[in-house]
Design a protein around this ligand. Structure first.
Ligand code: NAD
Length: 498
């Protein structure tokens, strides 16, 4: 059985931990590797190595950091197919989708390559007589990144690109469900010239995260994952004096107004609900059908679902792969059963899917469409994180916006309409962090930042882009004067500018 390693001190580090977890091939259901859950000694070694590296990396020149990031960008791009295969092998998503997350990750490296501009400080001359003020940004120190299973390359790059550009050392604790892509990223960073210890991969579970949160030598924590864990990470991390950003789960609504183009809306709903088998924090999981568009829209969505090709992610004809574990697949199936029991109508039932050959034991489930869903049903209230699309029927725009705004989550939302005025009103009124107008998955480009509202984000720091630069730096303001000794005197008053 293949044993996955940590990456400590610039090299793979075999674990002697007593705790290990299974890594599955979701397309066959077989265990393909084991992953260590770092021991206390391994956590200490990783943090110590990062702490030592942070001092020199933080003092390195911007040109050195830029050069490493440029080389890294080149290497990730050159190895994108290989990286995508590693993602597919452990996550299960189809190759094209894995390439998609790599391309969005590359954007983050490209943004970070502009660190010379992003880290520019300010200078004000003569704020008072003979006094100048300047501001500068310095690295925070050692930052931990704790990432979810669903984007094992992109989300680590959301964090690492800016963290490293700003001069921090990063300890990445990837998901224990698909831990190998993180090791490949570490190898590529090393090949790009990153000094040892600046990027560490520590494998493990929630207990390892707990130890990182308690560790006095970790200065900041970036987390992406489910809402209950995000909430707990935020309170535990801030309680030990760390800077914390914690992005949580989602329930993304797609509001379809009666004037929307039916074909565009149906294509978008199917793509955004079932892409990556619904295991995206920006997946559309609720269509809010306004007025008389409901019946034709459901018919158009169901038509398209008929044609979806579900199979192993490594098969180039597959459009949707398996779920991450058998346990998760059963949980998703339970939501469809629960919806039926709660009085909703199962229009397309993904539980009936059966595949032949090796895929027979894979963690597959078909795509489901559930109509007549209402708040209060578990299929609506919970984040399912699988290929289940609910339809809530409402009569008016006002009911639609009230529904979206009453939801506990506020990650992404979309409106489909041909009316610019209503779309503009919607973007102003909706209580979500990322809004799409005729765009079902409005993930911001890397020159903006990513983050939800309400229970989709804890703390006030969005991720990557300008918000990432703010998160990974501390600002220092320097007040300077070069006084004439001849005019110097004692003055116990508070420093005045005039
Ligand atoms: P998860 O919360 O189970 O795990 C995320 C990370 O937390 C993993 O590294 C895991 O090892 C660690 N962890 C697990 N239990 C822990 C505990 N008790 N204490 C501390 N750490 C713990 O999430 P997941 O299942 O890997 O990923 C799916 C979730 O992530 C979904 O809810 C999805 O919406 C969310 N997500 C959000 C975003 C976003 O940007 N808002 C992006 C991607 C995924």
């Amino acid at each position: 059985m293949r044993k996955i390693t940590h990456w400590i001190g610039g090299a793979p580090s075999e674990s002697s931990s007593e705790r290990w977890g299974d890594v599955f091939d979701p397309a066959t259901g077989a265990v393909q590797a084991t992953v260590p859950f770092a021991s206390a000694a391994e956590i200490e070694a990783a943090v110590a190595s990062a702490r030592t590296a942070a001092a020199t990396w933080g003092a390195s020149s911007m040109s050195t950091r830029t050069e490493v990031l440029f080389s890294f960008r080149h290497l990730v791009n050159a190895h994108r197919h290989e990286l995508a295969e590693i993602i597919t092998a452990e996550h299960g998503k189809v190759h094209g989708d894995a390439l998609g997350e790599i391309s969005r990750g590359l954007e983050n490296i490209e943004f970070a390559c502009g660190l010379g501009s992003h880290l520019r400080g300010g200078f004000s001359s003569q704020v008072s007589g003979g006094v100048d003020v300047s501001s500068l940004r310095q690295a925070v120190g050692v930052v931990a990144g704790i990432t979810p299973f669903n984007f094992p390359v992109m989300v680590p790059l959301w964090m690492a690109a800016n963290a490293l550009a700003c001069g921090n050392a990063m300890i990445l604790k990837p998901s224990e469900k698909d831990p190998s892509p993180a090791i490949r990223l570490a190898e590529l960073l090393s090949e790009a010239g990153l000094p040892e210890g600046v990027f560490t991969v520590l494998q493990g579970d929630g207990d390892v995260v707990g130890a990182l949160l308690e560790h006095p030598d970790i200065d900041a924590v970036s987390f992406v994952g489910s809402t209950p864990i995000a909430k707990s990470i935020y309170s535990r991390g801030t309680a030990t004096g760390k800077r914390v950003q914690a992005l949580g789960g989602a329930k993304n609504h797609m509001v379809v107004l009666p004037d929307a183009d039916l074909g565009v809306a149906a294509d978008s709903a199917v793509s955004a609900a079932y892409g990556s088998a619904g295991e995206r924090c920006m997946a559309v999981s609720v269509v809010v059908a306004v007025g008389d568009i409901a019946d034709p829209l459901i018919e158009a969505i169901a038509d398209r679902m008929d044609k979806l090709v579900i199979g192993p992610g490594s098969d180039p004809t597959s459009e949707m792969g398996p779920l991450i574990t058998g346990e998760h697949r059963d949980k998703v199936a339970g939501y469809v059963a629960g919806a039926e029991a709660d009085g909703a109508t199962v229009v397309v039932d993904g539980r009936t899917l059966s595949l032949a050959g090796e895929a027979k034991d894979g963690f597959f489930i078909g795509a489901s469409l559930v109509d007549h869903v209402r708040p209060g049903m578990a299929v609506y209230d919970d984040e399912i994180f699988g290929p289940v699309l609910s339809v809530v029927r409402v009569g008016t725009y006002a009911e639609a916006i009230d529904l979206v705004n009453a939801n506990q989550y506020g990650n992404g939302v979309a409106i489909f309409t041909r009316d610019g005025g209503v779309a503009r009103q919607f973007t102003a009124e909706v209580t979500c962090g990322m809004v799409g107008v005729n765009v079902p998955i409005p993930v911001p480009v890397a020159t903006y930042s990513f983050g939800g509202w309400k229970d989709s984000l804890f703390g006030d720091a969005h991720m990557y882009g300008p918000a990432g630069i703010d998160f990974y730096t501390r600002t220092k303001v320097v007040t300077t004067r070069w006084p004439d000794p001849a005019t110097s005197s004692v003055d116990l008053g508070f420093p005045k500018t005039r």
